[in-house]
Design a binder for this molecule. Sequence first.
Ligand SMILES: N[C@@H](CCC(=O)N[C@@H](CS)C(=O)NCC(=O)O)C(=O)O
Length: 343
Amino acid sequence: MKALRLALTAMMGGVAMLAMPAMAQAPTQSPTLDAIRARGTLICGVNTGLAGFAQPDSQGVWRGFDVDYCRAVAVALWNDPTKVRYVPTTAQNRFTALQSGEVDMLARNTTWTLSRDTSLGLEFSTTNFYDGQGFMVKTSAGVRTARDLQGATICVQPGTTTEQNLSDWARANRIRFTPVVIERLEEVVGAYVSGRCDAYTTDVSGLASTRSAQPRPAEHMILPDVISKEPLGVAVRHGDQRFADLVKWIHFGLVGAEELGITAANVQQAAQSDARPDAQRMLGRSGELGQMLGVDNLWMVNIIRTLGNYGEIFERNLAPIGLQRGPNALWTNGGLQYAPPLR
Ligand SMILES: N[C@@H](CCC(=O)N[C@@H](CS)C(=O)NCC(=O)O)C(=O)O
């Protein structure tokens, strides 16, 4: 911990030294974007393998909801979704990977918390997936709610909000339990599947993903209890506001496109239409929104044509693992996804 803090302090010092003269000349400079452009590839920190969020397919091509956020940045920069190098990160090493500059951004089921936002030197762009922590048990165990876990052995990964919430929840509800803390994802899941733990706890999205990857998913059930708030979002390094803005507005552009009914199939046609001033601005037919973010004014046309809008990204990646929109529905449908004006 002390070593991490020292490394961080050194890194922050380095960033401040780099950023100060640049700030005086050009307030819009971004060390991260400069490095990405010079390299010609975005380096994206993703999960080690979570179906629906980030996982290589049978051809070795990374796919998933989080992966699409990496690809969206590459499309905004070069109109080329393949210009991304994926770096798998564990729950434990993900923050060091971002702080040290090993990756440019972290698109990896990471919860936005106050301490991560401040003392870890991260900047959370916004919440792209509202989640909460749950429990998975064997269907045959006869457990029906989390309260039935009195005396249970519960598998959990370290370096997560999951581990902290579990002890808070147990304390508040006077539940005695034995934690089995295992660092590697396959091993913690393996320990649960083999019966070493009665339950496995993580974000409900992670449970759905793991359940869907089991040979017989019906043998596992996710309990109805949700014991925490897990707002997941893309994180970048604190201090590079320009890059943070780009990542943040890509998410809002995706949500805004869904609000306007702009899809991969109709975006080209919508880009030629004068019918709606808000769509014209988003699609670069009027104004210079892309340029304000340091990218081409056709950024959103290219992103939507390649990846679809937020709803399409969700359906393609997360419907197959059994997730419904829930709180991630648009605000117009009773959900929490809401894009500030693109103007
Ligand atoms: N959202 C929580 C948990 C994120 C997390 O890392 N979850 C685990 C279980 S789904 C994971 O993705 N592990 C992958 C790995 O460590 O390789 C957090 O930010 O702390």
